[in-house]
Design a protein around this ligand. Sequence first.
Ligand code: GUN
Ligand code: ZN
Length: 432
Amino acid sequence: MSEKNLILGQTLGFAADPFHAPIDEATLFERRGAVLVEAGRIAATGPADDLRAAHPEAAVCDMGDALICAGFIDAHAHYPQTAIIASWGKRLIDWLNSYTFPEETRFGDAAYAAKIAARYFDLVLASGTTTTCSYCTIHPESVDAYFTEAKRRGLRALGGKTCMNRNAPDGLRDDVQSGYDDSKRLLQRWHGVDRLSYAITPRFAPTSTPDQLAALGALWAEFPDCPMQTHLSEQTDEIAWVTELFPDARDYLDTYEAHGLVGPGALFGHAIHLTSRERARLRQADASLIHCPTSNTFIGSGLFDMPGLMAEGQRVGLATDTGGGSSFSMLRTMAAAYEVAQLRGTALHPAQLIWLATAGSARALRLDDRIGNLAPGIEADLVALDLASTPAIAQRAARAETIWEALFATIMMGDDRAIRQVWIGGAPICAQ
Ligand code: GUN
Ligand code: ZN
């Protein structure tokens, strides 16, 4: 029989989506709870006393008052932008040309790619993120570096070679055939290995010709269980450029739709300035929209319509968009999602914010049967949050009358100091 571990603390899981069910019904909170872990998965959750009595042989790890929840899931990131995060003064297209493309050019060097991949996973794990879905660069070396590092650490991770065959500098373009061939080879090398998934990755419509989009649409049709990730309607200047580049398209989404790139498993980053046709089509296709709030404020992109998109039943995940996003931390990202929604007149509940960063992102990535919740059978990627990690947070938490008030202080003001422990497949890693 395999070893059993019982992790004790306050525990928070979800029975339903708190955007569509009342908070009390959607959440499973235990003031003194436990998570039973066996063979890398959650075997049971419930009151600590009950699980201790039922499993006296289990090794106990008592996290005291820390809040145990699923590890955070960052549904859209660019690990190659790790070293240029927080670059000043540009909007999307200038920012790509000034900072991002020059840095991405370096990832043809396998040693550099390996160094940044290792640093990236150190940073996200220190922030309590246990799954990332990342763009790599056009270089196959950058994909190998990302997946090699994730595999070494036992992480569930998604990623893919970013394809671009136009409007990118020398050294950062592939072509229709090599983009298809390299993507297919990498997909066959990595997809389904351990906990890894390959995401087919056209960067965005401006950097691919229609032929390249069609080739990647064909690749997706060959491997429909892979996710497909790209960017959609992030900035108004970008949308105007797409209109020039694709004069026959009905709208931005149509540049993808016309080439077989809209369907279940499609992950559209940003999705801010959508037309009603695009919204209806995205809903009908059951595609996922990935909200990247620190990026949207940092690059000045606009305000994602969380209330409206949730009300119409869109599949929405949450992400940092590192390094257009200004933080590696999903706590900071939840705080920004709260602020952006406030600017649209809605206060997101702390349970909704945590759900977005865990079960919601898992659902957007179509991995909600494997990660993102405290429930039997789910992989034991967990985080323990210290809800009094700084003097300022501690004094606010001391006044809190509910778990939600206490948790909200950590969401709004917390950083890597709030991450007491992280478990990957049930195994603790050294967080700090
Ligand atoms: N659109 C195309 N590429 C990118 C990128 O790297 N970051 C962001 N934020 N938007 C993009
Ligand atoms: Zn992005």
